[in-house]
Each structure stands twice: as C-alpha cells, then as structure tokens.
Design a protein around this ligand. Sequence first.
Ligand code: F6P
Length: 343
Amino acid sequence: MRIGILTGGGDCPGLNAVIRAVVRTSVKEYSSEVVGFLEGWRGPIENMVMPLTMQSTGGLIHRGGTILRTSRTNPFKLDRGPERIAENIVKNRLDALIAVGDIDTCSVANRLHQEHNLNVVCVPKTIDNDINATDFTFGFDTAINIVTEAIDRLHTTAESHNRVLVCEVMGRKAGWIACYGGIAGGADFILVPEKPIKAQEVVQAIKTRHSRGRDYSIVVVAEGARFESPEASNEPSESNGDSPTDNTSIGNQLARLIESETGFETRATILGHIQRGGAPTAFDRVLATRFGVKATQLVHDKKYGRMVALSGSKLHDVAIEEATGSLKTLDMELYNVAEVFFG
Ligand code: F6P
C-alpha cells in the first residue's frame, strides 16, 4: 500500500513519534510506502509532499514539534478543498490517509470519509486532552509536566516575596491541563472553563490561607476560564483574553482583582506555548508510538473512518464521529479532589 500522513492543528511533543511509528510499521511489517503531506490539510490541498523513509524518520522519537509542520487549514472553508484533496490522493497513488490531529483535524477527516468516500484513519492529538472516546491524548502528559515544573518554580519566588502568583495555562474550552497541573503543583486555587469564576470565592480563599500564616499563594487558571460576572474583573466585557500577550488575559485580570481585593502583592505568569514545546515525556513517546503502530494496522485492515483510542492501558479503535461530536470537558470529580486543597 501507499499511505499518506499529515499532522494538523496545534503542534505538540509526540507528533514525530507517531510519524516514526507509522513509517516503521508500514515499511517493516507491510512493505508499504509512506508519503508525508506538509502543514496539515494544506498539504493535500496544495499537493505539498515529503517522502518518508525509515532512514529519514529514524531518531525522531525524542524531537518535539512535527517534521511535517502543521496548520489549522480547513478544506471545507476553501474553494474545492475536498475535491483537491481527492485529486492529490489519486495523483500520489495513495490507498489511504492517516490524519494526526485535534478535534478539528479529525472532524475534517470524518467528513472527507463520509461525504467524499476517502479512506482515512485518525490519531488523536492535543495537549488539551479534550478529545472524547480516548482516556488521554499524547502531548497532554508533557504539558502537565511543564506546568508542574513551572508551578514548583513559582512557589519559591512567591514564598520569598509573600506574593500571590497567578499561573495561566492553556485550555481554551477544557480545564484538564489546569486541573492536573494544579493538583500536581499543589496550587491553592484552580480555575477552569467548566466552572465560572466567583471572584469573591477566590479572594476569600486567599485571605483565609493568609490568615493561617501562609503569606503566599499559587492560583492556576485556564486561559478559557471566565468570571461569573464580567464586571467582577473591572475589564470591558468585550475583553476576550485570547491573546496571551495582551493585558486582558484572564491571568492578568485575575491578578489585578486579587491584588486590589486583598492588598497582597500579586503577579501573573502566562505559560503560553512553552506548554507545547520541547521533547515529549516517556509516557507521551510510548503512547504516540502505540497510536502510530495501531493506526497503521487499521489502515492495512481497511478499517477506515476509525480513530485509535486509549482505554485504561489498552488501545482500541472507535468511529471518528464518536470522538468528535462533542468536546471532552473536565471530569468534575477530579476538580472536587482539587477543591480539598483550596485555601
Ligand atoms: O489546542 C491546543 C492549544 O494549545 C490550546 O490549548 C491553545 O489555546 C491553542 O492551541 C493555541 O493555538 P495557537 O497555537 O494556534 O495560537
């Protein structure tokens, strides 16, 4: 067989481990060939290809990012996008396509399968861990380890200055990174998109903590968390906080509110794309490798329209739409565990 592969959506550590596994499994187990498409769905639309061999993908398992690069291109928003993909799949004599990506990448793959009869298999990827039907996605473990180390570092400087430090992490719509990283880092409050921020609840928790003689606090907030009432943050309600660099980010808003309401010196740190960079953890290298091998097996078994998934310690496959119909938001039982340590 000749198999195409692309990486779409936000990058994360582990993508190269998937590429390496797909190539190695295809060549060694099935004597198949693999063609890489560059920059997400832009690659098959524009026919941007890179032949992939065992030699060119050897030694990739530890490298962050993706050698195929990525984008957030959506072919269904472009003139004849799907049709051009189908034409280029024929032009490259491909039997199937493996799409490695987030919920948007996989949703596109599913539509191409359902509406244009393309042979696709998906591998779920995101640091947000917000894809349904799989317990974890690779990239997540690396991100929470980066967050945990950052919080450990923030603890020492907060304690040295008797300060409240607000750490803003990624997660536009789901609070998995904030909750896991916050628990692991021993945060004194964690704010997630799934639970609107009650300003006075945060303020009171910090005051209570400081009244117990703990003169510093760590507050972790997901970039997608929002105040229950916009006026609570004294920011214009249109502030969207989407860009980690502008001063309307939720982390900055929260820091200003805490300092003004408690009188405690407060600073904000926005981790941003550090959470997406660097080498994958061992867990992510192994999970990504397993996903890549399994996806290659699905292709050779002609099980198209499927996504590889982790359930417990076992891999299985699900219909792509089972994973992409809705976002996997935070399990609030885990948040309840975190609440034990607030304040
Ligand atoms: O989807 C993963 C993610 O890292 C989100 O957590 C974050 O909000 C978003 O991507 C950032 O997107 P971009 O890298 O395109 O700015």
